[in-house]
Design a binder for this molecule. Structure first.
Ligand code: FPP
Ligand code: MG
Ligand code: MG
Length: 334
């Protein structure tokens, strides 16, 4: 299901803002050396849903000044931070594809991808400085959370820590935190009330977590090409996501086979898969598993939680659009 922005008039306003974000994004990323520009604009030009800017712009509609130029700046900063982390993420995940295009590491090298991510982060920092010290502080806190989540994912759960609790913490840190910041930024820069800023941050937190859970489901359920990424990347990396954790926890033949494939019998830790046939088998078993159904259930619980927060926000066109964004987040397939 696509995203329903409501009336033509409201949808037009949102699209105009998104087009301004697009312009600012490309201007900021093109403002370096020629070599830097090509690598730094690669991911932005490959497409993407612009989910975070969209959320920031919708959050801004609850403020007194939804058309403030700072809204565009905020939305752009958040997308730049997101893009920066994707350059680095694809190096760490050894991912060959992103947004239907070769990842920067695949097209060039790991070094080019890492340096491009750093450049994006530098440009995002420059841009956020125009919003003042409070904005800089929020972005710095958010960035630390992102990196901590990524670190936690890389190291894996400590002994005695429930792997599902670990996973949910990682997901909140690496994805929820930035989408929460998008909501907070959008609302703040449009002069929303303190209460509504907190609600929009909380909403971003829930939507962001759901967004990452659905991303993890898509890694297993999408047919190659559909998502613009290579399915099974998490399995190859030895990252156990929610459907996998639920499936491993089940007590059935499918789960026994999955344990053979995905768990190191010596240490009990996640085992990266490298054999194509094994990846295909794990994907097939997972798609038919109770774990997949349980992960979908969890997504629906997030939607209910998000809608409860949404209900506390004032009615209006942005309310309808956010409600559609919640449905889109849990139903998306790519
Ligand atoms: C995607 O997760 C990755 C993130 C949401 C954030 C990762 C954070 C970093 C790499 C921090 C370091 C960044 C910088 C600029 C210092 P995923 O791999 O599960 O999603 P995918 O399916 O989109 O690859
Ligand atoms: Mg990845
Ligand atoms: Mg990753």
């Amino acid at each position: 299901a696509g995203l329903d922005l409501g009336t033509d008039e409201f949808a037009g306003t949102v699209r105009t803002s998104l087009a301004q974000v697009e312009d600012l994004l490309l201007t900021e990323l093109s403002s370096g050396d020629e070599i830097m520009t090509e690598a730094a604009t690669h991911l932005a030009k490959a497409g993407g849903k612009r989910f975070r800017p969209m959320f920031a712009i919708l959050a801004a509609q609850f403020g007194a000044r939804p058309d403030a130029p700072e809204v565009i700046t905020s939305a752009t900063v958040v997308e730049m931070i997101h893009l920066a982390t994707l350059y680095h993420d694809d190096v760490m995940d050894e991912a060959p594809m992103r947004r239907g295009a070769p990842s920067a590491n695949a097209r060039w090298t790991n070094s080019v991808a890492i340096l491009s991510g750093d450049f994006l982060f530098a440009r995002a920092s420059r841009l956020v400085s125009t919003l003042g010290p409070e904005a800089v502080r929020i972005i710095a806190e958010t960035f630390a959370e992102l990196v901590t989540g990524q670190m936690r994912e890389t190291i894996g759960p400590r002994e005695g820590v429930d792997p599902i609790d670990h996973y949910l913490k990682v997901v909140w840190e690496k994805t929820g935190s930035l989408i929460a910041a998008a909501g907070r930024f959008g609302a703040m820069s449009a002069d929303a009330t303190v209460e509504d800023i907190e609600r929009l941050s909380k909403l971003g937190d829930i939507i962001g977590t759901a967004f990452q859970v659905s991303d993890d489901i898509i890694d297993i359920s999408s047919v190659s090409g559909d998502s613009g990424k290579t399915p099974g990347t998490d399995l190859r990396e030895g990252v156990h996501t929610l459907p996998v954790l639920y499936a491993l926890r089940a007590d059935d033949p499918a789960s026994a086979r999955l344990r053979e494939l995905l768990v190191d019998p010596q240490t009990g830790a996640a085992k990266p898969l490298s054999d194509d046939a094994e990846v295909a088998e794990a994907i097939e078993v997972l798609n038919a598993s109770a774990g997949m159904a349980a992960a979908h259930e969890r997504l629906h619980a997030y939607a209910a939680e998000a809608n409860a927060v949404l209900a506390e926000l004032p009615e209006g066109p942005a309310h309808g659009a956010l409600s559609s964004l919640v449905s889109y987040t849990i139903d998306r397939t790519g």
